[in-house]
Write a protein that binds this ligand. Structure first.
Ligand SMILES: NC(=O)c1ccc[n+]([C@@H]2O[C@H](COP(=O)([O-])OP(=O)(O)OC[C@H]3O[C@@H](n4cnc5c(N)ncnc54)[C@H](O)[C@@H]3O)[C@@H](O)[C@H]2O)c1
Length: 343
């Protein structure tokens, strides 16, 4: 039986990955420090549904992390643990560094020294590209767009780490690439835009699609930072976990970096999301505008051509269908979500 270790395994991406790999007959090991609201609840759900081994560990602790990796020697390690919010990184860059840079080094060193055959999927972010050039953007009624011929951002975009979160995730991204070059580790880096879906306890700082859907569902006031025309491509979680499984089987991607998201066809601004939710939930949303948050890109849309071609993968779940699934999850768990998120 193949073994997968997921760090941040009780988080949104981690717990959905655990369910998918368990369904595909993998042996599941999870590391999480349970610092995120909702992670304890995700873990209970996992424990009820699948066989797993759980370690409550902070990945910035090398001794504990390396012991686990040395013992398990997983075939695949998906590194999802970390500080996830730009806003929090601005307030507390040291914690962000410890979680994201030290955490990544600890994973890499553990694999290098004790488990060299492990394939590592490192979850990076579009924030490593920074603001990209402001000149190439135009402002429409409800969204920003790329001008000229550029419709999306590919992997050749120069790196420009923006915000402490951008720096810590970017450093980890580059360390992972270099451990592959220098030490021959089997790694893949995924620079992801916005992922949304069930078991995501969205908060104001992270997971905006689900967060706004939750606020809209509970008829709470939505805070819009900036003018609401910010655009991202969004990917439903079920499409992402299928990609992870494909990557676990493919050996041609060693030391490769991919941009991953919903792509041009699945891009969305905040205002557009609010419009869709008003129609779906048949409720008028209340919102208030606040000043732009530092490090917020006006538009980011992933060019996913490279991963489509190499893995024969593409997003299947369109925004409308994905939002229906999220609304159903909120409806089925509404009192729990309300309690966990204190809304
Ligand atoms: N969700 C997205 O849209 C998105 C987009 C780009 C990149 N990412 C990256 O994907 C990864 C997973 O994100 P997510 O959306 O599942 O977030 P999440 O917050 O739901 O999951 C992260 C999990 O890691 C745990 N954790 C945090 N710091 C830890 C530490 N030091 N040691 C051990 N566990 C720790 C948390 O308790 C949480 O359960 C993160 O690295 C994030 O930066 C996410």
């Amino acid at each position: 039986m193949k073994k997968i270790l997921i760090t941040g395994g009780a988080g949104f991406i981690g717990s959905n990955s655990a369910l998918h790999f368990a369904k595909n007959k993998w042996k599941i090991y999870l590391i999480d420090n349970l610092s995120r609201k909702g992670s304890k609840d995700n873990l209970s759900k996992l424990k009820k549904n699948i066989q797993l081994t759980f370690y409550k560990v902070n990945v910035s602790n090398y001794s504990s992390t390396s012991k686990i990796i040395k013992k398990i020697k997983p075939n695949l390690l998906i590194h999802c643990a970390g500080q996830v919010a730009v806003t929090k990184s601005v307030i507390d860059p040291r914690t962000d560094f410890n979680s994201n840079v030290l955490g990544a080094i600890n994973i890499l060193e553990s694999i290098r020294l004790f488990s060299k055959k492990t394939r590592l999927i490192n979850i990076s972010t579009n924030k490593v590209y920074g603001n990209i050039s402001k000149k190439k953007i135009t402002q429409g009624k409800k969204r920003y767009s790329y001008s000229h011929k550029i419709k999306s951002i590919d992997e050749n975009q120069p790196l420009d780490f923006l915000s402490p979160y951008g720096c810590s995730k970017g450093s980890a991204d580059q360390y992972v690439r270099d451990y592959s070059r220098i030490y021959g580790l089997d790694t893949v880096v995924l620079r992801m835009s916005c992922i949304y879906g069930n078991m995501q306890f969205g908060i104001e700082d992270h997971g905006w699609v689900t967060w706004i859907t939750i606020l809209s569902y509970f008829e709470k006031k939505i805070k819009i930072f900036g003018n609401g025309k910010q655009v991202r491509d969004v990917l439903f979680i079920n499409d992402l976990v299928k990609l992870f499984l494909k990557l676990s089987k493919s050996k041609k991607n060693i030391n490769t970096t991919y941009n991953v998201g919903g792509g041009v066809k699945n891009s969305l601004s905040i205002i557009e999301l609010i419009d869709i939710l008003e129609k779906k939930l048949k409720k008028k949303n209340k919102y208030e505008k606040f000043k732009w948050r530092s490090g917020d890109q006006k538009i980011y849309i992933s060019n996913i051509s490279k991963i489509k071609k190499d893995l024969n993968w593409s997003p299947k779940i369109k925004i409308s269908e994905g939002l229906d699934k999220v609304i159903k999850w909120i409806r089925e768990n509404d009192s729990k979500i309300k309690k966990i998120l204190k809304i």
